[in-house]
Design a protein around this ligand. Structure first.
Ligand SMILES: *Cc1c(COP(=O)(O)O)cnc(C)c1O
Length: 369
């Protein structure tokens, strides 16, 4: 069938035809038309977090992790000390990259089926004054947990510590307001809830913080201070920009605004998530998280406890019906994940649930419906 399958994955995800068509042009990276597009894109991104007064936004080539790495490299001085709040795989990745780039790193671990605890952060900051920055994942995509951004930001502000937020899978869907939150850096990317294509990230950095970040980065390419300075001076990216990705993101942003911005996107993803959980529960599949921890971004389900179940076969049968599922990322329990984000609505979600029902019957696992 010459039709794309629906991606129920947390990026890359299903995009609209408009967004895809925006990639059918070539742009000169030094050309004023492209640079104006980048400037407008940065203006719109900053408006989403209401950061016009306090923050600037610096785009960077690469997948989202490149921008997380660049944010830590740029914002944390080489003799800094990062405390990572860890309740899942992406938190562990943040701890690992901070360690690898030589920053002193401490990891505060919680179970994967719980949110990180602001009171525990408070105690850790009290116990170790050498900590300079806190690394925090807003939505832990490994499970789907929504972590408490406002409360963590409040604790960091009270202690005068820098806060680096990985908001990769939450930005543009969950509310993030730079006027009420205090963060030094907040990282997101093109191919998640903005529904662009993957290939670039962007980091919101507090202007007062960025001013003191010259020379922090140990890496040439990962230096957001330099990337920002060059972009402010010339309007251009330091190194070859992902021009087609930028054009697609600009088009995706137009649709984001037309849809009604973050509140509308959250409403649609919430509907997707509800339809998914209701439908899968009716099929006998159980979500891994308690409902109050679940972000409407990605849902982890327990694998069916049936001898016929095998993820590879399950995946292939769902794919044959036009839906791409996502493997689980937990080491202790067998799970799989289903993304709620992308250019899809509750109708596509219902079709996905119907397909999963068929697959389970075909595999002899379920007789429901
Ligand atoms: C997607 C994602 C990233 C970035 O992953 P890449 O594979 O590098 O794009 C980082 N953190 C979180 C929480 C994510 O969901």
């Amino acid at each position: 069938m010459d039709r794309d399958a629906i991606l129920l994955t947390p990026g890359p995800l299903t995009t609209t035809l408009r967004t895809k068509l925006a990639m059918l042009r070539d742009w000169g990276s030094w050309d004023a038309d492209f640079n104006n597009m980048v400037a407008e894109l940065r203006r719109q991104l900053l408006a989403i977090v209401h950061g016009e007064e306090t923050h600037t936004v610096v785009p960077l080539q690469g997948s989202g992790t490149f921008s997380v790495e660049a944010a830590v490299a740029t914002v944390v001085p080489r003799d800094g000390h990062v405390l990572v709040l860890d309740n899942g795989a992406y938190c562990k990745r943040l701890g690992k990259l901070a360690t690898l780039m030589g920053r002193r790193t401490t990891v505060l671990v919680r179970n994967e089926d719980e949110a990180v605890l602001p009171s525990e952060l408070d105690a850790a900051l009290r116990a170790d004054p050498s900590i300079t920055h806190v690394g925090f994942i807003h939505c832990e995509t490994g499970t789907g947990v929504a972590n408490p951004l406002q409360a963590v930001s409040d604790v960091c502000a009270r202690h005068g510590k820098g806060l680096i937020v990985d908001a990769m899978s939450s930005f543009a869907a969950l509310p993030i307001d730079a006027r009420t939150l205090r963060f030094d850096a907040l990282v997101a990317a093109s191919g998640k809830c903005l529904e662009g294509v993957p290939g670039m990230g962007f980091v919101f950095i507090r202007k007062a913080v960025l001013a003191n970040c010259e020379g922090n980065s140990h890496s040439l390419a990962m230096d957001l201070f330099d990337q920002h300075a060059y972009m402010e001076k010339t309007g251009q990216w330091r190194f070859t920009p992902p021009t087609h990705v930028v054009a697609a993101l600009a088009e995706a942003l137009k649709q984001f605004v037309e849809e009604g911005g973050q509140p509308a996107r959250l409403a649609r993803y919430t509907q997707n998530c509800q339809r998914l959980i209701d439908g899968m529960t009716a099929l006998g599949l159980k979500p891994f998280l308690r409902a109050e921890l679940q972000a409407p971004i990605i849902v982890t389900f327990h694998a069916p406890a049936h001898p016929n179940y095998d993820f590879k076969a399950f995946y292939a049968a769902a794919k044959a019906r036009g839906f791409i599922l996502y493997p689980g990322k937990l080491t202790q329990v067998e799970t799989f994940r289903v993304g709620c984000i992308g250019a899809i609505g509750p109708t596509e979600m219902q079709q996905a649930v119907n397909a999963v029902g068929e697959v389970l019957r075909e595999m002899g696992i379920s007789t429901a419906r």
